[in-house]
Design a protein around this ligand. Sequence first.
Ligand code: SF4
Ligand code: MSK
Length: 640
Amino acid sequence: MSRKKLQDKANLKVLESAKKAGIETVWDRFEAQAPQCGFGMLGICCRMCNMGPCRIDPFGAGPKAGACGATADTIAARDMARATAAGSASHSDHARDLAMTLIAVGKGQTQGYAIRDPFKLKRVASEFGIEVENKKDNEIALQLGQKVLEEFGKQEGELVFSKRAPKKQQDIWKAQNIIPRGIDREVVETLSRTHEGMDQDYKNLVQTTMRVALADGWGGSMIATELSDILFGSPQPIRARANLGVLREDEVNVIIHGHEPTLSDVIATAAQDKELLDFAKAHGAKGINVAGICCTANEILVRRGLPVAGNFLQQELAILTGAIEVMVVDIQCIMPGVTQAAKHFHTKVISTSPKASIPGAEAIPFHEDKALDTAKHIIKLAIENYKNRDRSRMNIPKESMELVAGFTAENIFYHLGGRFRGSYKPLNENIINGRIRGVAGVVGCDNPKMGSGAHHVELVKELIKNNCLVVQTGCAAIECAKEGLLRPETAYEMAGDGLKEVCKAVGIPPVLHAGSCVDNSRILIACCEMVKEGGVGNGLDELPVAGAAIEWMAEKAMAIGWYFVSSGLLVAFGTPLRVTGSQALTDYITKDIENIVGGKWTFIEDPIECAHAMIAHIDKKRKALKLQPLLYAQSFPVQV
Ligand code: SF4
Ligand code: MSK
């Protein structure tokens, strides 16, 4: 089923040569898994203890409980809570590493790092109660890093950034006992509550799921975004290109893949080193081309405008072009298939994090105190490997597309603002007066279950056609970039009349790329700013806003989805969370939860139907706010 939905010509071209050479990719392995386990898909198998594994028969006369008596409701809810905790842990551990880097910068123990956004350093430090007057940046950085680390181990109280949420959300979270305390505490408590013989009530398990997710959105992810801006610079709109066609035939190609900007930033710096450029020339290459995959790509794209080679599903394909000298990886979303693909070519895979040891990769641990030396060493290895490229097997597709990226909660409305600089007034006014119907976040992974990202593209096209401003992050943003949706011209070509007018007036694309997966926190902050500006509701749950991760894959996506739902928003996933073996749990999270936290889940595979469900939700919110009628005819008419 998946092959039919592959639409990216670059992917098709590389896959064709891979097939001829008998090299497997994620799509082949995915197809070999068919039929996938129905119990797993429905969330009703349990391996929590050694009386099991147990499974529930959802249809026939088979068991309705595990050996211990756990029902489908308990089993599915426990599994969902654990997976969400793993997602929160991933984003948050990434944030912890950035706090350590900030401390190291504060102590002067790093090489190649600096405070690149001192304004944000002071603003965030003040939020943490740190006196910033008459202090050097390094001193503030040290204190802020230490304060941020306390957010992880805090046993009581509330996360500092949770106070950024509107009062209405904070009150709901307090009333529901889901306001996040320490980040680590929420992860540990979720693991403890989901042990065999512990929490058995699916509603109570949803409560811990929401709290651990909020600890990510208003904790780990938000910390990661803010500290990355402080250390590597806050993004500004920037032009670049995306897709495998950014690889160069006559240059040393270095791919950076994973998530942490600490690695990618210093590699990008090292690639500009005069000595290394000369070294590359001496080896017959015209230059050093650094390009990214996955969220590392997004981190260097939004800050440096470096090219994007591809998203999650393209990591093996990049190697299969035969043109990659080194793929350097850190953490998260690195498929074991990468080293298997590399065996067929000259590509060296270099792993840099002790937290992600990868058989078949050369381990070169990355430490802040020797970051630049390590980065130069890696680039040197790439240059030395250039001579081993077999040009007869090289297959770089020509496809690459221009894009604009780098929109943040702070700068979006500097651009939208015009004479109202730095204000959300123009956005809110254009929503109120019916030019913009609402705002949609379209984020997350690409998944072979759905093909290779085409669902994001169809979904986004339908949303902008219906005058919804779209904000994107992660691999979804890369997919839409490859299809040309991140160019300002897209407004003229594809947006509805109202959105087109606004984009034309301020020169922005109708689809705004806001960064990596942790940068979904920028969407939360932008929503808070809309509430603060006024006229579109008193809480996040009242905004004409909806989100989707239609091709979600990672547990991190579950954490993101849950923190948006818990913050009051509708979240659409293309394939359901693994809960549908429990009707009670499914009903609870797709219906009842809306009366508790304001947000809820919906699961819709078809991208047009998904867009319409999001728009119907936006219309419902517009109606509740008594906003003015939409200014122009809509291809999907108003539903309420
Ligand atoms: Fe089976 Fe219960 Fe053990 Fe799960 S916890 S494996 S349902 S006995
Ligand atoms: S990289 S989590 S595949 S978006 Fe953030 Fe892409 Fe999903 Fe990984």
